[in-house]
Design a protein around this ligand. Structure first.
Ligand SMILES: C[S@@+](CC[C@H](N)C(=O)[O-])C[C@H]1O[C@@H](n2cnc3c(N)ncnc32)[C@H](O)[C@@H]1O
Length: 220
């Protein structure tokens, strides 16, 4: 997995737009569903909150929502905290670096965007999903987006082509090609559904798909 420390953290915000085609739309589509389903006093758990992208957007959408920003990279969360300060939302966000199980709040929704594909399917994905489930109130939704296994023989190459069209350099494309092969743990739809089912979430409903990246909503 990329380290998400130091330089990787510092350059994350500009690079991710070229690495994940539809990144902005994924976040907007997720936000729209939260806006139509959650009450004004909702608390949202953001797993792998990174530099705070989701929270900044959601906080602007509904000024009364509260957030928990969880991640395992202190460097990413440091940038997130700076940004929360700049957007005057620090008092609405509890920042948590480390294990989800140490969080003591039951939340109304959870986001896990572009995170679980870095977690191995050796029991670790299941552990992560179970931990998220345990922090959700009954009948709440988890929005989860990941790199999936390719569905056509040309999907990965087309994805890299799209990254080029979005401005990724040749070196960047080669690094991404290597990462797609070696740094991600993508699932196919069947294995994803199986894991979701084993961790007591409801049948996944897809709401986003751009080549390899897919987003699903599942109920707790
Ligand atoms: C590609 S970034 C996504 C950040 C943010 N969700 C977004 O959409 O921009 C992946 C983030 O997941 C974090 N991460 C990786 N494994 C994790 C885990 N097991 N639990 C929580 N966060 C994790 C990384 O530190 C990194 O900040």
């Amino acid at each position: 997995m990329p380290t998400f420390n130091h330089e990787e953290a510092n350059h994350y915000d500009e690079r991710i737009l070229r690495l994940v085609p539809g990144y902005e739309l994924l976040h907007q589509a997720t936000a729209a569903q939260l806006a139509t389903t959650l009450s004004d006093d909702a608390c949202i758990l953001v797993v792998g909150a990174g530099t705070g992208k989701e929270i900044i957007e959601l906080a602007a959408l509904k000024p009364s929502w509260q957030f928990i920003a969880q991640d395992i990279s202190q460097d990413m969360l440091d940038i997130a905290e700076q940004q929360f300060g700049q957007h005057n939302i620090s008092d609405r966000v509890t920042v948590h670096c480390g294990d989800i199980n140490d969080i003591n709040t039951q939340c109304d929704a959870a986001l896990c965007l572009l995170v679980m594909h870095f977690v191995e399917d050796n029991g670790d994905k299941k552990t992560l999903l179970k931990a998220i489930h345990s922090k959700l109130k009954k009948s709440s939704n988890l929005y989860i987006a990941d790199l999936m296994r390719p569905e056509t023989a040309f999907e990965r190459e087309s994805q890299l082509q799209l990254c080029t069209q979005l401005g990724l350099t040749e070196v960047g494309v080669e690094r991404m090609r290597h990462n797609l092969e070696h740094e991600f743990y993508p699932l196919d739809r069947i294995r994803f559904s199986e894991l979701i089912n084993e961790t007591r979430f409801s049948t996944p409903k897809q709401y986003f798909k751009v080549l390899g990246f897919a987003g699903y909503v599942v109920g707790s």
